[in-house]
Write a protein that binds this ligand. Sequence first.
Ligand code: SF4
Length: 644
Amino acid sequence: MPDRVFTPVSLGPLRLAHRIMMGSMHLNREDDPQALAAFYRERAAGGAALIVTGGAAVSRTGAGGPNYLLINEPEAAAVLSPTLEAVHGAGGKIALQLFHAGRYAFESSYGLRPAAPSEVYSGFSRAVPAAMTQQQIEAVLADFAAGAAQAQSLGFDAVEIMGSEGYLINQFASPLTNLRTDGWGGDPQRRQSFPLAVLAAVRGAVGPAYPVIYRTSGADFVAGSSTLEESRALAVALAAAGADALNIGIGWHESRVPSVQALVPHGHWMGIAGSIRAALAGAGVQVPVIGSNRINSLHLAEQALSAGQADVVSMARPFLADPEIVAKTRRGQAELVNTCIACNEACIDRSLGTEAVSCLVNPRAGRELAFPLVRSVSAPDLRVAVVGAGPAGLQAAATLAQAGVPVDLYEESDGIGGQFRLAGTVPGKEDFLQTIRYFRNELPRLGVRIRPCESPGAEALSGYAHVILATGVRPRPVPLPRTGRLPVRDYREAFAAPADLGRRVVVIGAGGIAVDLARLLTGTPGGPADVTLLRRGHRIGEGIGPSTRWAVLQELAAAGVRTLPGTTPLEVTPEGLLVATAQETVLLPADTVLLAAGQVPHNPLHSALLHQRIPCTVIGGALDASGLNAVRAFDQGLETGSLL
Ligand code: SF4
């Protein structure tokens, strides 16, 4: 039981029962007040000490997209009241995050040109913002003040000012994006003016007794931006100016230093929060410091708190993966926590666009109303068989069992998890094994009978009321002429024995699995020293989400992996793989050629079941192997399990 986590803490006047809060995440569900309320209700009931909403823009110009909350619009009360009622009804506390995107806003949201300190092109929004006039700056300060007053009058327990991640306030603090020479820019001192003015405006609006949290950047990680010393100095100034707590952000959207991806080691950036905490202590202006990023368990949070790196730990994604992460851990059931695997596929990648945010390993997230935990099924005593214990089958079995349906889960191999078992062997993706650990514990608790090493035929399945076929995929064959006996292996064989492939490996394919395989091979002691990925198409890492792709490609390059887009395999020879590029035909010397060029559905039972008129549904990769989409597989497991 983490001890320090479960000690109370005060953020100024805001008393928290323990030290785990749910951090802000834009959900793209802010246009549905009831769905939003249901989402936050479960997180409050699940034990978050404090929830911070997604960014609530203080003006349309400052919105991060078309679905952002707009705190100063007339509809704000109607949108937010259900959430307030739900969270408070569940015994929780909630803060509203006051937000202005600055040059990270999109003109397409409301037809308004983004506004920022200076006209500095943003690679994130792909626009040059307008430099704000003095009058506009004063108007934005008034917008922050009005938003804070509105939050207070609606009944929020606190506000959080969003001053990090490269948004407007952070842009004013940075020499990269603030080129002004007036009182709002010019030297480090004057670049503090706007962040401090926002705090003063908000404080002036809500009074001294209302909690104001300030999210400030601990490290921008963009060349030419604020130094770590400047970030620390700003944090000290904010604390001295009356912020009740500092929540430390890491990196900008334009950063090319990974901060939230799975390949970032757990707790890696907590040292930045720790250095700010030390700077505050040194300056004698200590306020609670909130740390975040790559903490996905209360065990890790405990370590950070015990090491003095923070007073409170903020997690956002782990509350999507499991709204009960705090309650389960507190009950001594950490083994039943559905752990966030930092894939970003259904959350951050979507929050950067307009698709509604959810969670890969918890597809109910954001859809709590559509998929209630408690439901009645028409014939609960009828047993269902799920064949295949990959993501789709696991989720289908859990969903059915949650509703009280007896389920037998068949798996031909000796363990559950499907291709998650492969992913979990990749350096930096070990958390994928946590998903398997979760289902291994959760399914028996729900009454599912897991039957490993069993491949039932149609006869054996005839007694079930329904059969869900989730038999997954097989590697797509790549028919190539061969001369000689050079080994050719598919990706499953390579994952099973990465050290047995020789020193030179050529991988046909460069999608997500091929990239994972390359990372495994280059990280395997005694594994191949020379790894090449090739594909006919031109995009290496196709299918990997936008928040992760650049980071893993960066890592492949650092590991010396050669990537050859626009390359067609022709023939396996005794010396290697003969390939054609647009210019020439060349031999790539290899000890082994690996096939990781996609998958095909593996669905051996369907026709037999149809023939015998056994009701069945095909889901996951067995239905559609394109892109090997785990989000889609979990979704289909939930939806199919809910329909029966
Ligand atoms: Fe975590 Fe992935 Fe779920 Fe996002 S989608 S909350 S990163 S498991």
